[in-house]
Write a protein that binds this ligand. Structure first.
Ligand SMILES: [Mg+2]
Length: 387
């Protein structure tokens, strides 16, 4: 059994109910004996909240979004076979275990979204066990607060599918929306524009050049993600900063954008890219290219808090997406607050998120809700568009 003498004498790991002089040894003993015993998926509308339990009574929470919820619940439950009896603090080992467990599923969106939820839960457990917030385990805070959007000083506009058209009637309203937003936020505010991969490249280039005078913070998803050739063509034709990454998963999805130099900002989504573990690695990868993160986030306060922990601990962060979800706020209670277009660094132990399961179950029972596919977006002529 390994001993941690320095830790024992200094008592740097304060754990409730453990005498200071034996803290280090207790951590060693508890981390070596703690085992995953349970995984419970809670389907809530379009997402799954996953709870991972242990034999020490410490449990962790994660959020799975962007997968048909019945499928996500079944897949996460199936993944428990690979986690049962494992030490939950071996987070990297377990991430690799899940990711490399089936070579024909490896890297797929369904698999990675589920791994992300489980990964968040493992970080939550480990932080609770050590008695520290997750960002401490990631190297500690690198900033005092996290800038977010939307806010009074940071707005993001967007476009749906557009026809390939040089008509001013198609392009001018988009340009006008950027001009109006710039006026609204003033010279010290941020304007962002999400093209949603829905504007054909030739028109996107026209549009991007037309908005140049209004100094956007970034133009998001200028092309269908992963299509590096089109990104390179756009990069060579426009000067506005380009951002993408919400639909690219893992370090291997992000790497080509960086090596090709086609993005100024990367936008990993903690819940889509493979969880806290992958998001932190993407930040390190991007750091090598001096490319900051502007994390995408449409998860509720649970997945959002996981993302905030990473954002709190990385060197290059531009701005973080953050929307209020009134329904989920009724049973998910994080320990950060919003003020002046920023959030505070998350507090508490683990993710620092309290989930009221009784309240969640009450809201889940709503018979008027039925999950439905979002369906495709359509072009003006009725054909299916990129989005
Ligand atoms: Mg987007």
């Amino acid at each position: 059994m390994m001993t941690v003498g320095a830790a024992s004498s200094s008592g740097f790991l304060a754990m409730p109910g453990v005498a200071e002089e034996s803290v280090g040894e207790s951590v060693t003993a508890r981390t070596s004996s703690i085992r995953i015993t349970r995984l419970t998926p809670h389907v809530f509308r379009d997402r799954v909240y996953v709870n991972v339990g242990t034999n020490h009574g410490i449990g962790g929470w994660g959020e799975i979004k962007g997968v048909v919820p019945s499928v996500a619940a079944a897949l996460a439950t199936s993944m428990f076979e690979l986690l049962d009896g494992q030490n939950p603090t071996r987070i990297e080992h377990l991430w690799q275990t899940l990711y490399r467990a089936e070579r024909n599923q490896r890297g797929g969106a369904f698999m990675l979204h589920c791994i992300a939820g489980i990964d968040m839960a493992l970080w939550d457990i480990t932080g609770k066990l050590w008695g520290v917030p997750v960002h401490r385990l990631l190297g500690g805070p690198t900033r005092d607060r996290i800038r977010i959007y939307p806010s009074a000083k940071a707005v993001k506009l967007g476009s749906g599918p557009q026809p390939l058209s040089g008509n001013p009637a198609d392009i001018q309203p988009l340009v006008q929306s950027v001009r109006d937003a710039r006026e609204r936020v003033g010279p010290d505010g941020a304007v962002m524009f999400d093209a949603h991969s829905a504007i054909p490249p030739a028109m996107l280039i026209q549009f991007a050049n037309a908005i140049e005078p209004y100094d956007v913070l970034f133009l998001e998803e200028p092309a269908v993600t992963g299509n590096i050739e089109v990104f390179r063509r756009i990069r060579d034709s426009v000067t506005v900063p380009l951002a993408a990454g919400e639909r690219d998963r893992t370090i291997w999805g992000i790497l080509p954008y960086l090596t090709e130099g086609v993005l100024d900002i990367v936008q990993p989504d903690c819940g889509y890219t493979g969880g806290i573990s992958q998001m932190k690695k993407i930040a390190t990868l991007a750091e090598a290219f001096t490319v900051p993160l502007a994390p995408h986030c449409t998860q509720s306060y649970l997945g959002m808090t996981a993302s905030f922990h990473v954002a709190a601990a990385v060197p290059h962060l531009l701005i973080h997406e953050s929307y209020d979800d009134e329904l989920c706020a009724k049973f998910i209670h994080p320990q950060w607050t919003k003020q002046d277009g920023h959030v505070t660094i998350p507090d508490g132990t683990g993710l620092g998120v309290d989930v009221d399961v009784t309240q969640m179950n009450k809201l889940t029972a709503d018979p008027s809700y039925k999950y439905r596919w979002r369906g495709p977006k359509y072009s003006r002529d009725g054909s299916i568009a990129d989005y």
